[in-house]
Design a protein around this ligand. Structure first.
Ligand code: ZN
Length: 119
């Protein structure tokens, strides 16, 4: 369980932590490290297995490998692929909707131009 208080200061936000593998094409997060924003607006990283926190993400990684040696429960590879595919479909649908709106706007502009040029 991730910490709810750090040095007596309440955790106000618990977010996924982007991994160094994170990039423009694919969003990658640490599976066992959370980014915790505290009530004083400072930020620490928290272990998902216990209440360990540290301002440096590398320390949490070291903690995880030394204190929680058991492998994390990883979903089977097929469900991971299905989840990736679902995210890709959602992204494509979003892009499709954006392009459709632009195409409709362009058609409206073209009709307006045609009316002016050849009414
Ligand atoms: Zn831990």
């Amino acid at each position: 369980m991730t910490a709810t208080h750090v040095d007596g200061i309440e955790v106000v936000s618990d977010e996924p932590t982007p991994s160094p593998l994170n990039g423009p094409i694919r969003t990658v997060y640490f599976t066992r490290i959370r980014t915790l924003v505290l009530a004083d607006a400072s930020k620490v990283y928290g272990c998902t297995e216990c209440d360990y926190t540290d301002p440096m993400v590398g320390k949490v990684r070291t903690h995880l490998s030394s204190s929680h040696t058991a492998k994390p429960k990883t979903p089977d590879p097929m469900s991971h692929l299905i989840a990736d595919a679902a995210r890709a479909v959602a992204r494509l649908e979003q892009q499709r909707d954006s392009w459709k709106a632009r195409a409709l706007a362009a058609e409206r502009s073209l009709r307006a131009i045609r009316k002016v040029i050849a009414p």
